[in-house]
Design a protein around this ligand. Structure first.
Ligand code: ATP
Length: 758
């Protein structure tokens, strides 16, 4: 016997604490209608974890609690405790002689389970009980009117009842749990896959970015090498070239300074030409003065000539007068010829005179002489004497004047010579000045050529220096740019050693002498790398790498999740398949056992005939497997074929095949036979039959009693009954009454001996 005791408190009509002992294999609960007998059967369901309040004639937990009456206050909670015997340790894992399962429900809906006083989950309770084949709504509590239920049930529902009787519910529960788990896992899988899908474009994008970053790194490394060589070369080139150009400039600069000085000096020498010019004008003045003296001398000479003519004339006249003192005055031819000749001479000279004044004087003197000549032919001797004396005096005067003029001539000659000497001296000076100036000019021309040459040379060098400065400015900009692009470490370029292909370190001279095309080529290469780097620019590399790492870790995590979930799904499917197989096998086995016992009981009750449960195909809605969706229309597209169970009976001696054709009592007998058969296949530890005998007549009640006794061989029985035949087989009676306050009371009677327990 498994059941020991039931303790009720505040449950439905059992307001007070009530204890029912089950010390016998068969216990009957008796009492008038409405006294609370069925409430006891329901309290079993309740404490065993029944979730359907409907099956306990209620709507919610509160309906299970004593609701009070005019005489008694309502209870705040209902508490049931069912005590099982565990002296043979049938409940594995519990090392006590008693196993107490408790359930308490409060008005506020709080609901708790207890196993031996400790709070437990419903799951724990169900597991503990199902291990000993006890369940809340199982076949072992057959409520009032439930006997009919198996007959009235639809095939699918009936099958479910059979399954429950066969103890398959625990597998079905497990299967359902697994299916739920499977659905949940599939949902999770979908979710994780969708997360992965969501992540995929980001990963793809980041992968591309990472590839870019890696490519950029390679290019950058190359760029660093190129920059180092380029910058080092440029640095060496600029510093060496600067030195070289400075040196190149030095000598021409010194030379230019010298040439400049030389030119300054030469300029002064060239100026001597101007001195010569001044001297020239002086010479001209001297020449002028000399010419004046010469003219004067000419004049004096002519005067002397004229005087000499006069002197000559006077001398001839005087001689004539001396010779012709006794002679009649006559005119000798020779005198006339002489006179004519001297006239002619004077006239000839006059023709050469230039000045009008001189011509006039000559003409005047000619007129005087002509008068004198003519006068000489008619004079008297005294006259001649006077004439001689006068001529003598004139001659003296003339000769004195002539002498004076001659001396004048001498003086003039001297003067002219002085001027000439001075002029010559000046002319010599001029010639010298001119020569010095010309030489200086020539020299200066050379110097200026030299100056020009040096200037243009220096200009060229300066141009090259300023060109170099421009190169240097660009270089400085390039250094900054390099530091910005590849990092400031590049500033160590000065220490970089440029090597040839065969590993030889290039000298500074070699670097400087390299044609500039070399550096231009390197610069172009650097530009090209910079452009490629720019094309690959992706923002912050660290952020990308970090994000990529983070996102790919997440993706990996999700991929593992997917794999785990897929494995779980696989194993759940396997579990479900195994459970289905177990359910199916056990069902087949159980069904045939039920049919055997059903047939036996049926034949016993009806004295022959046959009865069995038969599988029938059922179309149900695909959406749900609940019986409400059982449909008749086979054409329904959204349907699925499942199996249900039909009761097939054949009464002896009657041609009755369908249940519908049976009488009420016959129906009751069939259902009892079936229910008993079901419970016998896998006999439950206890069985509660709530007025399953209500519809039976006396004869059938006896047959029922005999069946119940057979049931009692395997199960402890609690029979709620009004039937005396049934009561007769019980070892103990619990009489239930209801007092005027609506509270159920218990009176326990051991058969033959009355015992009040409460
Ligand atoms: P019958 O022989 O007619 O089947 P019974 O003895 O099985 O009757 P029950 O159906 O067990 O009687 O008892 C029903 C009684 O319990 C009713 O009188 C009902 O008012 C009472 N009852 C049910 N629920 C509660 C509750 N929550 N509080 C108080 N009384 C309740």
């Amino acid at each position: 016997m498994i059941l020991k005791r039931l303790e009720l408190s505040g449950f439905k009509s059992f307001a007070q604490k009530t204890e029912l002992n089950f010390k016998f294999p068969v216990t009957a609960i008796v009492g008038p209608n409405g006294s609370g007998k069925s409430n006891i059967a329901e309290s079993f369901r309740f404490v065993l974890g029944e979730q359907s309040f409907k099956s306990m004639r209620g709507k919610r937990g509160e309906d299970m609690i004593f609701s009070g009456s005019s005489k008694a206050r309502r209870s705040n909670f209902a508490e049931i405790c069912l005590v099982f015997d565990n002296s043979n340790r049938r409940f594995s894992g519990i090392d006590f002689d008693d196993v107490r399962i408790g359930r308490v429900v409060h008005r506020d809906g709080e609901n708790n389970y207890y196993i031996n006083g400790s709070k437990a989950r419903l799951k724990d309770v169900i597991e503990l009980l199902s291990a000993v084949h006890i369940g809340a709504s199982a076949h072992h509590i057959i409520s009032q009117g439930e006997t009919d239920r198996i007959l009235n049930a639809k095939p699918l529902e009936r099958k479910s009842m059979v399954e429950e009787a066969l103890g398959l519910k625990v597998y079905q529960y497990k299967r359902k749990e697994s299916e739920k788990k499977l659905l949940k896992t599939e949902d999770n899988l979908k979710e994780v896959k969708s997360l992965r899908r969501e992540l995929a474009p980001r990963i793809e994008f980041l992968k591309e970015q990472v590839r870019k970053v890696e490519r950029a790194r390679v290019i950058e490394e190359d760029l660093v090498l190129k920059y180092r060589e380029f910058l080092r070369r440029e640095y060496v080139y600029i510093s060496n070239m600067r030195r070289r150009l400075e040196a190149e400039k030095e000598e021409p600069e010194i030379r230019l300074r010298e040439v400049d000085e030389e030119i300054g000096r030469l300029k002064e020498e060239v100026l001597r030409d101007e001195t010569a010019d001044r001297k020239n004008s002086k010479i001209f003045e001297l020449e002028e003065s000399q010419r004046g003296i010469e003219e004067r001398r000419g004049e004096v000479l002519r005067e002397i000539g004229r005087m000499e003519g006069e002197i000559h004339f006077h001398k001839n006249r005087l001689r004539y007068l001396e010779e012709s003192r006794e002679v009649e005055p006559s005119v000798a031819w020779s005198e006339v010829s002489f006179f004519m000749n001297s006239m002619e001479e004077d006239l000839t000279r006059t023709r050469e005179e230039s000045s009008l004044e001189e011509i006039r004087q000559t003409l005047e003197s000619l007129r005087g002489r002509i008068k004198e000549f003519l006068d000489s032919f008619g004079g008297e001797s005294l006259d001649r004497k006077n004439e001689r004396e006068k001529i003598g005096a004139d001659l003296q005067r003339l000769e004195a004047e002539r002498e004076e003029k001659r001396q004048m001539i001498e003086g003039l000659k001297k003067e002219a010579e002085d001027f000439s000497d001075k002029r010559k001296a000046l002319q010599e000076e001029v010639a010298k000045d001119r020569s010095v100036s010309r030489q200086a000019e020539r020299k200066m021309f050379e110097c200026m050529n030299e100056q020009q040459r040096l200037r243009s040379l220096l200009e060229k060098v300066r141009e090259r220096i300023s060109q170099l400065e421009r190169v240097d400015a660009v270089f400085k900009y390039e250094i900054q740019e390099a530091a910005r692009i590849v990092g400031s470490f590049i500033l160590d370029y000065k220490d970089y050693e440029v090597k040839t292909e065969d590993g030889r370190t290039l000298s500074e001279g070699d670097i400087t002498d390299e044609p500039r095309e070399g550096q231009e080529g390197r610069r172009k290469e650097i530009e090209r790398l910079k452009i490629r780097l720019e094309e690959l620019s992706v923002g912050s590399r660290k952020e990308i790498m970090d994000e990529y790492e983070e996102v790919s870790e997440r993706d990996e995590f999700l991929a593992n999740e997917v794999a785990d979930l897929e494995r779980s799904i696989e194993s759940l499917r396997q579990v479900i398949a195994e459970l289905e197989e177990t359910i199916e096998n056990r069902f087949q086995e159980g069904l045939s056992k039920i049919n055997t016992v059903f047939q036996e009981f049926f034949a016993d009750m009806f004295g022959g005939g046959s009865a069995s449960l038969k599988k029938v195909p059922i179309k149900i809605g695909r959406r749900s497997l609940s019986e409400e969706d059982e449909i008749e229309d086979e054409d329904e597209e959204e349907s699925e074929s499942v199996e249900g169970l039909e009761i097939s009976v054949s009464l002896p001696r009657k041609n009755v095949k369908g249940l519908l054709m049976l009488s009420g009592g016959e129906r009751a007998l069939v259902s009892v036979a079936l229910i008993f058969a079901m419970s016998q296949v896998n006999p439950p530890p206890f069985l509660i039959l709530d007025e399953t005998d209500a519809a039976l007549d006396e004869a059938n009640s006896r047959k029922y009693g005999a069946m119940v006794e057979r049931l009692a061989e395997h199960s402890q029985l609690i029979l709620i009954t009004h039937n005396r035949e049934t009561m007769a087989i019980a070892g103990m009676l619990h009489g239930v009454t209801m007092d005027s306050g609506g509270i159920s009371k218990l009176l326990s009677v051991r058969l033959g001996k009355e015992e009040t327990l409460q």
